[in-house]
Design a binder for this molecule. Structure first.
Ligand SMILES: *Cc1c(COP(=O)(O)O)cnc(C)c1O
Ligand code: SF4
Length: 344
């Protein structure tokens, strides 16, 4: 067993165990965990300062997850957009493969809450061959995204065999990997893993930091190793009430990401997923956050703010208003709120 596997096996899944570190209502938590499993890696546990802080809110089960809120468990219609069970084909030229059912930490706001972490067992290799056949039979697919769950919870050999199968399909140009392990289980990013990954370039990694507190020394090292393997690192943040829904926190997060060689890619408005309503914020707050970034700090620190449209209709960028046509003029608005007329 590798070190990271041992540390994963040592994560906290039981409310009683959590109660050994922080006061919590174990009876209430047990009820939630029976429906939506909890897992907190030792590394992530170490980032909690106190109950209710931004790290705690993301990883500790909460009775509000069980509120019957009328929301769908699959608002993006992923099940219907799956021609084979482990693959989602929504856009013309790219697909998502659900490579693993597990994560090092089960985020309480996860949009795949309906399946991630549920069922005790890893999905295994079955079903993946159907996904590879599907891609091989669709020459328009040039971009394959490994997601899950977290593909980096597979061991190096499993991962390598998946990457090789994808690379053997000639029309696939790029591979992307979506993973939260740089945040939640940075010890997973071993030199051996980096050696495996760099054999399958062009390969891009998107990670998922939501708060400056998550940028630890170990995370920074993990991202540095990936970057040294020639991998471009992007970041997807989810806008979460009480965690990162203010302009200062978000600006600091984006700046610190660049400092660890990660380029902010998307800021996601929270999907309308059952059991996550307590994390929901107003879209106007997201726009205000974007206003606080654009022009006020490096353009590189500015992600796209997107709403993933219900029904699987695609990610749609939401921009603060910056230009409108008026007669023969274009009225521009700059980051300080000044208007400038511009001939078009
Ligand atoms: C987000 C997403 C993608 C990738 O979108 P990009 O904008 O290319 O990053 C692809 N398929 C599905 C189903 C997605 O949700
Ligand atoms: S790491 Fe991603 S897939 Fe896993 S629980 Fe968190 S949000 Fe969901």
């Amino acid at each position: 067993m590798e070190n990271w596997q041992a540390s994963l096996a040592d994560s906290i899944t039981d409310p009683d165990e959590l109660a050994g570190y922080f006061p919590c209502d174990t009876d209430a938590l047990r009820e939630v965990v029976a429906r939506y499993p909890m897992r907190i890696s030792r590394h992530y546990l170490g980032l909690i300062h106190e109950p209710g802080d931004p790290v705690w809110l993301q990883c500790v089960a909460d009775p509000r997850e069980l509120i019957v809120d009328g929301l769908s468990s699959d608002p993006l219609n992923e099940e219907a957009l799956s021609p084979v069970p482990r693959l989602i084909h929504r856009y013309p030229d790219r697909v998502v493969i659900l490579a693993s059912s597990r994560c090092a930490v089960y985020c309480r706001f996860c949009m795949r809450k309906r399946k991630v972490g549920c069922g005790a067992e890893e999905w295994g290799r079955e079903g993946l061959d159907d996904a590879f056949d599907y891609i091989a039979g669709h020459p328009e697919i040039r971009d394959v995204i490994l997601s899950g769950g977290d593909p980096l919870l597979l061991n190096d050999d499993e991962l390598e065999s998946i990457l090789r199968a994808i690379r053997n399909i000639p029309h696939v140009e790029i591979i992307r990997l979506g993973t939260r392990v740089p945040v939640t289980l940075p010890e997973r990013v071993t030199s051996r893993l980096c050696r495996v990954l760099k054999r399958f370039h062009p390969l891009y990694v998107n990670t998922h930091f939501n708060h400056p507190l998550e940028i630890s020394h170990q995370s920074s090292e993990a991202c540095g190793k990936l970057a040294d393997a020639g991998i471009q690192l992007g970041n997807q943040t989810v806008l979460l009430k009480g965690v990162n829904d203010d302009p200062q926190t978000m600006k600091r997060l984006m700046q610190k990401l660049l400092a660890i060689r990660v380029r902010p890619y998307y800021l996601h408005h929270l999907d309308l997923v059952r059991g996550t309503g307590h994390f929901r914020t107003d879209v106007r707050k997201g726009i205000a956050i974007m206003e606080g970034l654009r022009g006020h700090t490096s353009g590189l620190a500015t992600p796209y703010y997107v709403i993933d449209a219900p029904g699987g209709k695609g990610k749609i960028p939401i921009l603060p208003e910056s230009a409108r046509f008026e007669g023969d003029r274009l009225i521009l608005r700059n980051y300080r709120g000044e208007t400038i007329e511009y001939p078009y």
